[in-house]
Design a protein around this ligand. Structure first.
Ligand SMILES: NC(=O)c1ccc[n+]([C@@H]2O[C@H](COP(=O)([O-])OP(=O)(O)OC[C@H]3O[C@@H](n4cnc5c(N)ncnc54)[C@H](O)[C@@H]3O)[C@@H](O)[C@H]2O)c1
Length: 379
């Protein structure tokens, strides 16, 4: 039996997935806020309740799901690892470069599983495009875009009038401070590559809520094979949400996600154009992505009613399944601490770049036993 403790109510997104996994028990729930804690515990049922994270670590749980505010992730992950618990952490991995180096060291030192809960990677759309990339259907992929356009100015203050952590740790920061829902999925389409350098641009600050964050930030990322990836984040401009906007270009075709899939003018769809599917006149034209559903990974095609019920076409189950499998096999998951830190570092370094004339900055090569001299930001 694997016993799990959840910290932060957002962690309940794993609830259905954990409940249907055999030999897994949600044994503990932690939240500083007593009302939130009681409501969450009631939803889970039969769970020990803690307001203090460190107290939960004293219990006999095997693993924690950390879904507290961003600035708590690294201190809590390290405390959990030190207490011998495996960790699944919400995004982003940490809030400073030093934290990221420290996190890698602790995962290695305490030899426990660390998984990054980058859930957008697990959507059927991203998995289907990945499967097509791996089959070579786009040829060699060389350019991609990922955008996270989510106006959160209405949740910068809690309903009780208190300032939310988002005012500082999300919207008080410059650069692409919340990049991983864009980078994580896109990097699935450049298998084996990593981001080596970034440069960040912004149009300036136009928000009316008095925050110093740019009104949309674009980071250009270069991979170790020279490919180009554009990441755009905008959390304050007045506009409808569009959090999973992607484009992928390869030598044999292109994928473009739906731009206006939701809302009043909904109608366009995720689409693909491949050289192998030219029209009778020999022209490139669009085909709905769903026409390629046969290439979805089998587990998505064969997802049970219960797995689908976890949410996001089964993705919210499969992310939990990968964490539990990693614990059972004692092998770090694909979404390991090094990927978590690389993708988070893009955001942290972008703040430095945009405040220094879009200067190009090197992204450290996060890897096991990283030498000390590489654990620094080079200007
Ligand atoms: N992956 C996704 O799609 C996604 C979506 C939303 C939020 N998130 C992430 O989830 C995390 C939480 O976001 P949220 O929107 O739920 O925030 P929130 O402010 O609404 O809720 C945070 C909860 O954590 C509790 N908390 C704060 N500090 C704590 C501590 N030290 N110990 C225990 N509990 C503590 C608070 O009382 C609150 O109930 C963030 O890291 C955010 O980036 C991810």
């Amino acid at each position: 039996m694997i016993k799990i403790g959840i910290a932060g109510v957002r962690g309940l997104s794993t609830l259905q997935g954990l409940k249907i996994m055999p030999d897994v028990e949600i044994a503990a729930m932690c939240d500083l806020n007593e009302d939130a804690l009681n409501n969450a515990a009631e939803r889970i049922g039969g769970v020990k309740k803690y307001r203090v994270f460190e107290d939960m670590l004293e219990s006999d749980i095997d693993a924690v799901i950390i879904a507290t505010p961003m600035q708590c992730h690294v201190p809590q992950a390290i405390a959990a690892l030190e207490a011998g618990k495996h960790v699944m952490s919400e995004v982003t991995a940490g809030v400073s470069m030093d934290e990221l180096f420290w996190l890698c060291e602790c995962v290695e030192k305490y030899n426990r599983i660390y998984m990054y809960a980058e859930n957008y990677i697990y959507t059927p759309q991203v998995q289907l495009v990945k499967s097509m990339v791996l089959r070579g259907m786009f040829g060699e992929t060389y350019y991609a875009e990922g955008s996270y356009l989510h106006n959160i100015s209405n949740i910068l203050v809690y309903p009780n009038g208190k300032t939310s952590w988002r005012s500082y740790w999300q919207c008080g920061k410059r650069g692409n401070f919340y990049p991983t829902h864009s980078i994580g999925p896109v990097m699935q389409w450049f298998p084996g590559e990593r981001i080596t350098e970034i440069s960040t641009f912004s149009p300036g600050v136009y928000n009316t809520v008095g925050l110093k964050q740019d009104s949309g930030t674009t980071t250009m990322c270069r991979t170790d094979k020279g490919k180009l990836i554009q990441i755009r984040t905008d959390c304050l401009s007045p506009r409808p949400h569009s959090m999973d906007l992607y484009l992928l270009q390869g030598t044999e075709g292109i994928f473009q996600s739906s731009v206006y899939g939701k809302g009043n003018l909904a109608g366009d769809v995720d689409r693909v154009s491949l050289t192998s599917r030219k029209t009778a006149k020999g022209e490139m034209d669009w085909t709905p992505l769903t026409e390629f559903n046969e290439y979805l990974p089998d587990k998505y095609k064969n997802a049970t009613h219960e797995q689908l019920g976890a949410g996001h076409g089964g993705g919210d189950f499969f992310i939990v399944e990968d964490f539990i499998e990693a614990i059972r096999k004692n092998i770090q998951p694909d979404l390991n601490v090094y990927k978590a830190c690389e993708w988070t570092a893009v955001g942290l370094l972008s703040a430095l770049s945009v405040t220094n004339g879009s200067r190009t900055l090197e992204v450290p090569h996060f890897r096991p036993a990283m030498p000390l001299e590489e654990k620094r930001v080079k200007l």
